[in-house]
Design a protein around this ligand. Structure first.
Ligand SMILES: Nc1ncnc2c1ncn2[C@@H]1O[C@H](COP(=O)(O)OP(=O)(O)OP(=O)(O)O)[C@@H](O)[C@H]1O
Ligand SMILES: [Mg+2]
Length: 442
């Protein structure tokens, strides 16, 4: 800004001072030609003296010479410089009025020359002199004024720039401090977000970031404590049954039974760890799906068939009304995992002799897949939490009903990754309703 101001001032100063200097020189030239015009009308001694007399009171001097440079009249006594100048222009061929000295910085006078011509014959010259001090005073006055204004402008600029930058940097420094606090693990950040500009947007983002961090910290703590709870139960079983099985007086049949339980529990643990691992990968976005356009019905049938032995053991009847040829956009392997997770729940929670109905409805951009059983369903207030991690309606970690509460959380993540949605509803039993996109660009 200061550079721009300085260069503008420089241009302005040069223009104004040049203009003023030209004005002085032009004025001198005009005066000289005025005298010349008078003399061309009447070129005699009286007129010459008259002209000289007119200049005696002015700061300028006039000198009238004949055509050879002999001085005929002058308004004041001439000094060396003036005489030399007149001598050097004594017999000039100059036809027109001209400025013969314009070096006001070095010469004591600026001077003009106007030739007198009567009926085409050169009769003499009118010299006009103006002391250079006039111009010097003018320019020094001008430069003083400029220096004063320039200094004032610079001071104002500096004050404005400093206050503005303070105003801008102050909130930025606050933000820097607050984000440093965030990185140290403190999450109580409160920035003033009333600014109606980019700073406000930034402050709001930082506030939101701190809230998110706080929430994630809370979630992580909750999750870790639930996990340790969840792991403790099967581990207690394992330890308990291993203790009993290793006692000497336990008979063979019981030992076998306990070992079976130990095997079952460790399998459960392994699958829980596997599921947790999958969810962690989903959170990190390293869990990949390979969706493609595929037909739904065969996939549903494959999933059902894989569970057929357990269905028949529990006398659960499955009906499927999926239309043939209906396609959607999904990763077949993950889709089957979703269906198996839901069907496993039916086996686990709706009891033997129940019925499951799978209905697929073709909608404009999606397909709706509804899997409904006729079991007891879940209490209404549990519905919104079914898809939360580690959430179970039956809180007691009994061995029969003890799932880990991760199956539906995985279902939700997979459906979400495909761009679909899932919800649960009580309809004389539990109904899981999913929407899958028919086309996609994942
Ligand atoms: N068909 C159903 N009928 C009644 N309750 C259900 C049904 N499906 C799920 N639930 C309830 O929802 C809870 C969460 O189910 P989810 O599948 O997420 O976990 P889980 O079955 O307990 O464990 P996991 O599937 O990881 O082995 C279950 O604990 C159960 O209480
Ligand atoms: Mg389950």
């Amino acid at each position: 800004m200061i550079l721009i101001e300085l260069s503008l001032f420089f241009v302005l100063y040069t223009n104004i001072s040049n203009h003023q200097i030209n004005e002085v020189l032009d004025g001198l030239l005009a005066r000289g030609s005025g005298h010349r015009d008078v003399l061309e009308k009447k070129f005699d001694q009286t007129t010459m003296e008259h002209v000289a007399l007119m200049e005696t009171e002015a700061i300028t001097d006039v000198v009238i010479t004949d055509e050879r440079g002999e001085i005929l009249a002058s308004s004041s006594g001439l000094d060396n410089y003036q005489e030399k100048l007149i001598q050097s222009y004594g017999q000039t061929e100059k036809e027109e009025d001209s400025i013969i000295e314009r070096e006001w910085k070095t010469a004591p006078y600026v001077a003009t020359l106007s030739p007198i011509e009567i009926e085409g014959e050169r009769k003499g010259y009118v010299y006009m002199f103006s002391p250079s001090t006039v111009i010097r005073n003018l320019t020094s006055y001008l430069s003083n004024q400029f220096i004063f204004v320039m200094a004032l402008t610079l001071i104002i600029t500096l004050i404005v720039v400093f206050t503005l930058s303070k105003l801008i940097t102050k909130p930025l420094i606050r933000m820097k401090e607050e984000t440093e606090k965030l990185s140290r693990g403190e999450t109580t950040v409160e920035l003033n977000d009333h600014y109606n500009d980019e700073l406000g947007v930034l402050a709001r983002s930082i506030n939101k970031l701190s809230e998110d961090l706080e929430r994630m910290k809370q979630e992580r703590n909750d999750f870790l404590s639930s996990i340790s709870h969840e792991l403790r139960t099967p581990l207690t079983y394992l330890k308990g049954y291993a203790d009993i099985a290793s006692r000497e007086h336990t008979d063979e049949a019981n030992k076998r039974k306990y070992l079976d339980i130990i095997k079952e529990e460790s399998e459960k643990l392994a699958s829980m760890v596997q599921e947790l691992f999958q969810l962690a990968k989903m959170d990190e976005n390293t869990f990949t799906i390979q969706p493609e356009i595929c037909e739904i019905k065969p996939l549903l049938i494959q999933a059902e068939e894989s569970m057929y032995p357990i269905f028949s053991k529990n006398k659960i009847a499955v009906t499927n009304t999926c239309p043939s040829g209906l396609c959607f956009y999904a990763d077949p392997v993950r889709f089957k995992q979703v269906i198996v997770n839901i069907l496993e729940n039916v086996i686990q929670y709706s009891g033997p002799d129940s019925n499951v109905h799978i209905a697929v409805i073709n909608q404009t951009a999606e397909v709706e897949i509804k899997i409904k059983d006729d079991g007891p369903g879940v209490p209404e207030d549990s519905l919104p939490h079914l898809f939360d991690r580690l959430y179970r309606v039956e809180k007691s970690r009994s061995r029969e009903l003890g799932g880990s509460g991760l199956g539906l959380a995985i279902v939700k993540e997979i459906v979400k990754m495909h761009g679909g949605s899932v919800k649960a509803k009580n309809e004389k039993g539990l109904a899981i309703i999913m929407k899958w996109p028919k086309e996609g660009d994942l």
